[in-house]
Write a protein of this length. Structure first.
Lengths: 117, 111
């Protein structure tokens, strides 16, 4: 199994450009999510999905769109890139929600480093 | 809003010294998880704590979950250079009970 695969690994954009970060998992996980990581701020949840056809906003959703047409894929779209979106983006998946006692771990992709000029 | 706070933000230690990072939540957590991120890498799951007052050990790492299930700690005994990285705690909070991460503690070990 490949686990969680993210592409591209690196990307440079100009302000105002749009792009899509791809994420795919082959573990048949229902739950998928996107986090951004900025120095000193940990990992902040952008959007998440609890299953195909269902998406919801996380802590910092503005400027991003997601869709979940299949269980495997969860792309993140930047509509009009801004310098404030310069960050490292991680896609992550899990088998179950984290509110139960018998929960599993969050599996992360290797990250996509985005620079917006 | 709901938050998970971690201290310290950075820690430099001499190899062989002990290290502890602390995690505090503004709300009671059903469980807490710990992750390690090596420089340039992605977060990797270390452990999950579920019960009030729970203590778990993994070799030189000791994890504790507070009695009120609002705080946790990770203690590393006799650090090694392989322990270098950022350690995150995370608990289910807020939107959809997805994981909310602390800001992380970056551990640097001087050989």
């Amino acid at each position: 199994n490949a686990g969680v695969t993210q592409t591209p690994k690196f990307q440079v954009l100009k302000t105002g450009q749009s792009m899509t970060l791809q994420c795919a998992q082959d573990m048949n996980h229902e739950y998928m999510s996107w986090y951004r990581q900025d120095p000193g701020m940990g990992l902040r949840l952008i959007h998440y999905s609890v299953g195909a056809g269902i998406t919801d906003q996380g802590e910092v959703p503005n400027g991003y769109n997601v869709s979940r047409s299949t269980t495997e894929d969860f792309p993140l779209r930047l509509l009009s890139a801004a310098p404030s979106q310069t960050s490292v983006y991680f896609c992550a998946s899990s088998y179950d929600t984290f509110s139960t006692l018998d929960t599993g771990e969050l599996f992360f992709g290797e990250g996509s480093r985005l620079t917006v000029l | 809003g709901q938050q998970v706070m971690q201290i310290p933000q950075y820690q430099h230690v001499q190899e062989g010294e002990d290290f502890t990072t602390y995690c505090n939540s503004s709300t009671t957590l059903s469980n807490i998880q710990w992750y390690k991120q090596r420089p340039g890498g992605h977060p990797v799951f270390l452990i999950q704590l579920v019960k009030s007052g729970e203590v778990k050990k993994q070799k030189r790492l000791t994890f504790q979950f507070g009695e009120a299930k609002k705080n946790s700690s990770l203690h590393i005994t006799a650090t090694q250079t392989t322990d270098v990285g950022t350690y995150f705690c995370a608990g289910p909070q807020g939107a959809g009970n997805m994981l909310t991460f602390g800001g992380g503690t970056r551990l640097m070990v001087k050989p």
